[in-house]
Structures are given as C-alpha cells and as structure tokens.
Design a protein around this ligand. Structure first.
Ligand code: GLP
Length: 240
C-alpha cells in the first residue's frame, strides 16, 4: 500500500484527485468504481471544478457505485443515487446510462449487479472507510471472497449514518446492497480516502494490523496497487 499523509481534508481531496485525474487522462474510457460518504465529497468537488475549468470530459467514462440502502426510493434525499447526482453526476458530462448503482433487496439482484461488474474491468475503485473498518457496507466478519450481497447494517454503522437521518436511528435503513470485498479486489487500482480522528483506529488496523475479517479494509493488503490518502488526524495512530 502506498500511504500519503496530508495536512487536512482539502489537501487529502486534492491528492486523491491527482490519482483520479491520472487514471482518466490515461484512459478517457475508464471504468470507475465510486463511493459515497463525506470522505470522497472533496474529491468530487475537485473533479467538478476540473471539468468546469479545464473541460476534462466524462463522456466516455463508466461508473459503478459500491452500495445503496435497501428500501429507500431512488429519489430519497439520502439515497446514494441522490448523493451521486448531487455531488458529481449532475455537474459533469457523464451519460446517465453509463452510471450504475446497485439496487434491490434480494440476492438475485445482487448477483445481477456482480455480473455487470464482472463484464467490465474497473480501472480505479474509490473507497472510504467506516469507523469499524468497513468498506462499502462490508461489515466486520464479511469473508474476503464475498461478492455483491444484501447486508444487515451493524448498530455502529446505523448510529454513524443517523447524522444524515435527523440523528434518528429509527429512520436509518437497516439493510444495504453492497459490492463485496471480493468484488472490490477485482479493480486494477484502489484509492482509499480517510480523514478525521474517528477513523484513526480503523486506518491503523487496515495498514498495520493483520489481514483479518474483523477489519474488512485489511483485505486491501492483498491487492498490489492500493493508494491510501489520509489527513493527519486519520494517520495519527500509524507507527511512522
Ligand atoms: C458509509 C458507506 C461507506 C463509507 C463509510 C464512511 O456507511 N457505506 O461506503 O465509506 O460509511 O463514510 P464517511 O466517509 O461519511 O465517513
């Protein structure tokens, strides 16, 4: 893993953008795996700014998102479909038909998404990390070989995500459809961004701990092209 430590969230976003820009410049038809959450928002802002100022085009880019809540209508303000449109897709020239998000509540629907994913080669998979080390919605204990699946969210994730649902855990969906760790590891390159002190333990376990199912992100140690971009607070626990 290549680990880049930045002074703050903005620098983290700019550094992550450099990695993203390099991929899309080398391959304007790149396939991107995208993530939601506050971690990649700054990177998406950089992509939008670059599109507006430099005309970088996404016309031939294809995207696949990692995950989506089960049971929220597509146009719900907190659906990941809405997040992606609001933060990125509505502000660049990507074609709607080239954007993909998983949806549904059954394993058949999850398998169908994995089949689409298997039909392409992802050039760059972007990830955030949960406070408990989850990637996508792969909670601790998820086998590393897992493909797209329906997930029961842990109490810690429901609590963390309640900030988007009026701080009311009863409003947070209890399940999600998520690419698995096995799906994520199929990407050619992986870019993980993390910021803030509440991520420091998960970041340390991911990078310095053993590769174990109790920290899903530690599976990335098994991939040979991973770039981790951190701010100082998220990197604070590292032995370096
Ligand atoms: C969410 C998402 C993950 C995301 C993580 C961290 O539950 N499913 O894909 O990486 O939690 O979110 P944030 O970046 O807002 O801290």
């Amino acid at each position: 893993m290549r680990v880049i430590v930045c002074k703050d969230y903005n620098e983290m976003s700019e550094k992550a953008f450099e990695v993203m820009k390099d991929v899309i410049t080398k391959n304007p038809k790149a396939v991107l795996g995208l993530a939601t959450g506050s971690s990649p928002e700054g990177l998406y802002k950089c992509m939008v700014r670059d599109h507006e100022e430099n005309g970088t085009s996404y016309q031939d880019i294809t995207t696949y998102n990692l995950d989506e809540y089960v049971g929220l209508p597509k146009n719900h303000p907190e659906s990941y479909y809405t997040f992606m449109h609001k933060n990125l897709f509505d502000h660049i020239d990507i074609k709607e038909e080239n954007t993909h998000l998983p949806s549904g509540s059954t394993q058949e629907e999850a398998d169908a998404y994995e089949k689409q994913w298997d039909a392409v080669t992802c050039d760059l998979q972007l990830l955030g990390i949960g406070r408990n080390g989850h990637i996508g919605f792969n909670e601790p204990g998820t086998p590393f070989a897992q493909t797209t699946h329906i997930v029961d969210l842990t109490p810690s994730t429901i609590e963390a995500n309640s900030r988007f649902f009026d701080h009311d855990i009863n409003k947070v969906p209890k399940q999600a459809i998520s690419m698995g760790i096995g799906s994520i590891l199929k990407a050619k390159k992986i870019l993980l961004v993390a910021s803030g002190a509440e991520k420091a333990d998960a970041v340390k376990a991911m990078i310095e701990g053993p590769a174990t199912e109790s920290c899903p992100a530690s599976a990335l140690q098994k991939h040979d092209d991973v770039v981790v971009v951190l701010d100082q607070a998220a990197a604070a626990g590292l032995d370096r």
